[in-house]
Design a protein around this ligand. Sequence first.
Ligand code: FMN
Ligand code: SF4
Length: 452
Amino acid sequence: MGRKLLLTHINVPGIQSYSVYKEQGGYRSVDKALKSMSPEDVVEEVKKSGLRGRGGAGFPTGMKWSFLAKPEGVPRYLVCNADESEPGTFKDRYLMTHIPHALIEGMIVSSYALGAHTSFIYVRGEMMPQIRILEKAIAEAKAAGYLGKNILGSGYDLELYVQPGGGAYICGEETALLESLEGKRGNPRIKPPFPAIAGLYGCPTVVNNVESIAATVPIINDGGEEYAKIGIERSTGTKLISAGGNLAKPGVYEIELGLPVEEFIYSDEYCGGIANGKKLKAVVAGGSSVPILPANLITKTIKGEARLMTYESLADGGFQSGTMMGSGGFIAFDEDQCIVRNTWNFTRFYRHESCGQCSPCREGTGWMEKVLYNIEHGRGTMNDIDLLWDIQRKIEGNTICPLGDAAAWPVAAAIRHFRDEFEWHINHAQEAQNRNYGLAHYADPLEVVTES
Ligand SMILES: Cc1cc2nc3c(=O)[nH]c(=O)nc-3n(C[C@H](O)[C@H](O)[C@H](O)COP(=O)(O)O)c2cc1C
Ligand code: SF4
């Protein structure tokens, strides 16, 4: 059994409440940090842990914290990114729903480390049940003396607020999130300046993912070095993976980084193989924006080595034969799924979510969607495949924020690995129109939320 650090108590009845969470050892990291560690000590432990941001980019959390500017007399902010709108990703929602105090505890420890006295959890606007769960958890933590003035008599003050998001995927991009939090339209900002220098209200700000913040709890409890013992290379600790698509047991799993992808898919401890005894065709390993890989490349690298659930191993081979860990949204496609239809579906999403500030993204996503629609509906030509390739190349790297790349990569990878399917659609126009296409279901299979 793999070690669990975040979901250890997930099955304890009533763990959503403060009293049960506390009984299970909750809030020890706050006691420890505020009573016996300086903010710098906390940052140091997070650096030692090797924790990398769990929101998608995998940037080292301790390093990000150490970049935070500390001008005299200027407030600093910690903002938790709980916007989670990437298709296929539902792990933060799971954590917030079932163990909300793990996030609140992480927010207190992390805010203390950064010298923030006002912190925010920016939650995707559609997640009203989670917003209420978090608000209740904050009230409980405050009543217990873990929030507010002079926490545990340490002299440290912290107010924590939940902000419902603006209802757009782009509001998960950190600078768009800050704009939205300031009450404006969620348009990404041009960087630099980075949020560590000029973030919320122009003040130094750290934006971290829910899981990154929750991971600081075991790091402080057990020490950064202990945390770093789990995993391989620069992929330390555990990671939440939301597994969806055609898996026998879709759900949210906490894995030790370094687990072989094959074991994750086929072992009974995790996904239990492909549903209905079908064969695996392809996997999107880290949410809809990362390159799709065919079955032979997701379980083994091009060198024939076992592919592991690490940032490095998933990326092995670059975009020719590798992919990315991304946000941990693992979508499996069985042999009946149509790659063209899925690519069209993803692209439709990005076209809809483009904020429209930059032409390559605004025009390119719409153009790709139209071409994919034509191919999917039996109206494509062979030239369309090259056209698609050309459009995605012109979007990638030419936009203000990474949504442009996120829209380009799935199209590029689908053509790279499944060109024959695009050609089949073009050569079998009538059949393509009549066929009952497969579209893997990759929404949260556990979306039954109960507020206790
Ligand atoms: C279009 C877009 C959407 C994003 N959505 C999220 C999100 O929902 N949650 C998240 O944590 N990061 C998201 N990110 C990444 C954030 O910009 C940022 O890198 C992240 O919150 C940093 O946290 P971390 O260092 O803990 O990973 C998104 C990025 C882009 C470009
Ligand atoms: S890449 Fe797309 S979403 Fe990002 S700023 Fe440009 S237009 Fe907006």
